[in-house]
Design a protein around this ligand. Structure first.
Ligand code: X8Z
Ligand code: ZN
Length: 617
């Protein structure tokens, strides 16, 4: 999906690719052996600035080619595109690593201007998957990356006595079925794609760690944590602080959902005092639970409408859904998407070839060639994901005038939050204004509305946190391949209170069945986004002059909210993220008060429901 893999991403998801430039190999050896007479003298600030300018120019050129290769692979997975993509990745990674190594030469230069200093830091630490400075290892690592991406994209479950099923087919079951046996088979079925990934993944970790060590990092986890304008050692503490704020609300939701599932499936399937079996929560990874809204809904306060039903009744197709998303952005004053967006995007799953269906947004030329790639189904979940993806595209367009290294979001959580924040504005008032609801339901269904929202947004929080908790342990060498799966499920239980529904096979590699692991896409960004989007929503609603319950606010039609958002987005990564946060919200602090205030009425309701229940797991 995006090219966030590289040093400087356009946005956010998977495969990293690269480009071929004859100068690359030369540069690599120069980085490895910096012994010319010029190199032994301390470089000047002017030399540092020139180095950065040259690196930006070179990476921008390479990046465009790599982006196209990534696009072709994701839209047409074959043995050839995998190979071509791997070649490109190899060359691009070599360039990144070489530049990162050479940047160290300027570590002690005094008198650097702000941008040169900031950009040197980005060059040194911003590689999502570095390779060792050894051409055979760089090539091996690139091949593994392309192979893992291909294995996930092509993955299907072929039962002994039936037709093969794709992820989409299996998700249809997990999302909708209420038959515990059928759910269990689909859940186990999808996880059969992952065992062959395990050795490749272990080797990828080894190579990336070697690359990270050569660039002066303890391991790849430290490198990932160094992208947040703060001491990387302090970053996990920031996450814990926010998690501590929201975990009581999560636990209350978990308690109520477990009781509802236990009522529905029986206490033998869902023990009322233990973790929830992962196949029953309406999502392949149990990361969002809104598909089981009907089981957990407050009987006396139903939300009163179902977006999936509305979209189907109104005859929406994939393009119609994307057009509606675009219209929301237009209502905020954003220019329409270019014609090429409609010509070049992938909106539906092709019948005749393998593609990576996991949704992503792209800026191929980092100017106007914006695209999304997504296998859209007509339902409420995909309608929201469309807003998520378009949020990436409008951000990409907003920062396109920045220099190369700043053409990304303030931090990676911002990129993920800016589409979701519009989903928070898909309220009954909005649906009424665009003619999808006849009239706005009264407040009697608000607990239902909040419940549906919580099943998506609150349920996600521990999952958003734990994926990288697992990877950080793996990268740090605390968890070796023989314990990958065991520790994955320990964390799933610890954070989410969710358990595997059956004993896992000895060769299981369940993290590999989640796109971002074989795709090597950092995941903490989604946790950050889940918190930040509520801060953004509150600030934008204030800017729009809204004065009412925050969960009923839509910023649809507010040019003022659009301007505020744009002012932040066009900064790209040119300033530390707290400054960008302040531009949008008036405060530089990330904190969970906005999300807690949003759900406060639901939290009270949950506590009443749970009064006689034993919560926790
Ligand atoms: O991967 C995504 C987006 C693309 S950046 C569709 N998301 C995460 C996921 O699917 O696991 C959005 C929410 C979390
Ligand atoms: Zn995204």
């Amino acid at each position: 999906m995006l090219r966030l893999q590289l040093i400087i991403p356009l946005m956010g998801c998977a495969v990293l690719l690269a480009a071929c430039e004859p100068m690359e190999r030369e540069a690599e050896s120069a980085a490895a052996a910096p012994v010319s007479s010029a190199a032994v003298q301390t470089p000047t600030p002017e030399e540092a600035a020139a180095f950065v300018a040259e690196a930006e120019e070179r990476l921008a050129r390479l990046g465009q080619h790599s982006e196209r290769m990534a696009w072709v692979l994701a839209n047409f997975i074959t043995v050839d595109t995998e190979l071509l993509a791997a070649r490109a990745a190899e060359q691009f990674t070599a360039a990144q690593v070489e530049i990162a190594g050479a940047a160290a030469r300027f570590n002690d230069v005094a008198g650097l201007d702000y941008d040169t200093k900031r950009k040197l830091n980005m060059l040194r630490s911003g590689i999502v998957i570095p390779a060792p400075m050894d051409s055979a290892k760089t090539a091996e690592q690139a091949e593994i990356g392309a192979k893992l991406g291909g294995m996930y994209g092509r993955g299907e479950y072929c039962p002994a006595d039936g037709q093969c099923q794709s992820l989409g087919d299996l998700e249809d079951i997990i999302d909708k079925s209420r038959d515990a046996d059928e759910l269990l088979e689909a859940w186990n079925g999808w996880r059969t794609i992952a065992p062959p990934m395990k050795d490749l993944y272990a080797r990828q970790v080894e190579l990336a760690n070697e690359g990270a060590a050569e660039l002066g990092f303890d391991n790849l986890g430290t490198m990932w944590r160094s992208g947040y304008d703060m001491d990387p050692a302090a970053f996990p503490g920031e996450l814990d602080k926010v998690w501590d704020q929201v975990s009581p609300l999560y636990e209350a939701l978990h308690c109520h959902v477990r009781a509802s599932l236990s009522d529905h499936y029986g206490a033998d399937v869902v023990p009322p005092d233990g973790p929830i079996p992962a196949h029953l929560l309406g999502n392949m990874w149990a990361q969002t639970w809104d598909n089981i809204y009907d089981l957990a809904a407050p009987p006396e306060a139903d939300a009163g409408y179902d977006l999936t039903e509305i979209l189907n009744e109104r005859g929406f197709d994939a393009i119609g859904m994307v057009r509606t998303g675009e219209a929301f952005f237009s209502s905020l004053g954003f220019e329409e998407l270019p014609e090429t967006f409609w010509e070049r995007s992938l909106f539906t799953k092709p019948a005749d070839r393998d593609v990576v269906c996991h949704a992503s947004a792209w800026t191929i030329d980092e100017k106007d060639d914006l695209r999304i790639k997504m296998c859209i189904d007509v339902n409420g979940e995909d309608f929201k994901t469309i807003h998520h993806e378009l949020g990436h595209n409008y951000y990409q367009r907003a920062y396109k005038e920045q220099s190369y290294l700043y053409r990304t979001s303030a931090n990676d959580g911002f990129h993920e939050a800016l589409g979701d924040v519009l989903s928070l504005s898909i309220t009954p008032a909005y649906l009424t204004r665009i003619g999808l609801l006849e009239s706005e339901p009264d407040a009697s269904g608000d607990i239902g509305l909040l419940m549906r929202q919580a099943l998506e947004k609150i349920a996600f929080l521990p999952f958003g946190l734990l994926v990288d908790q697992w990877r950080w342990k793996v990268f740090a060498g605390e968890v070796g391949p023989e314990r990958y799966n065991e520790v994955w499920w320990q964390l799933r239980e610890q954070y989410q209170g969710v358990a595997a529904p059956n004993e896992r096979p000895a060769d299981a590699f369940d993290p590999g069945a989640k796109y971002h692991v074989p795709g090597n896409t950092p995941y903490t960004r989604y946790f950050l986004a889940a918190i930040l989007q509520f801060q953004f929503h509150r600030a934008l609603c204030d800017t729009a002059g809204y004065d009412g319950p925050i969960h009923r606010c839509t910023i649809y039609g507010s040019a003022e909210a659009g301007d505020r958002r744009q002012a932040m987005m066009e900064m790209g990564r040119s300033r530390p993220w707290p400054e960008a946060l302040e531009v949008l919200t008036g405060s530089p602090e990330m904190d969970a008060r906005a999300i807690l205030d949003y759900f406060a009425p639901l939290q009270t309701w949950l506590e009443e429901q749970n009064a006689d229940r034993q919560c926790g797991w």
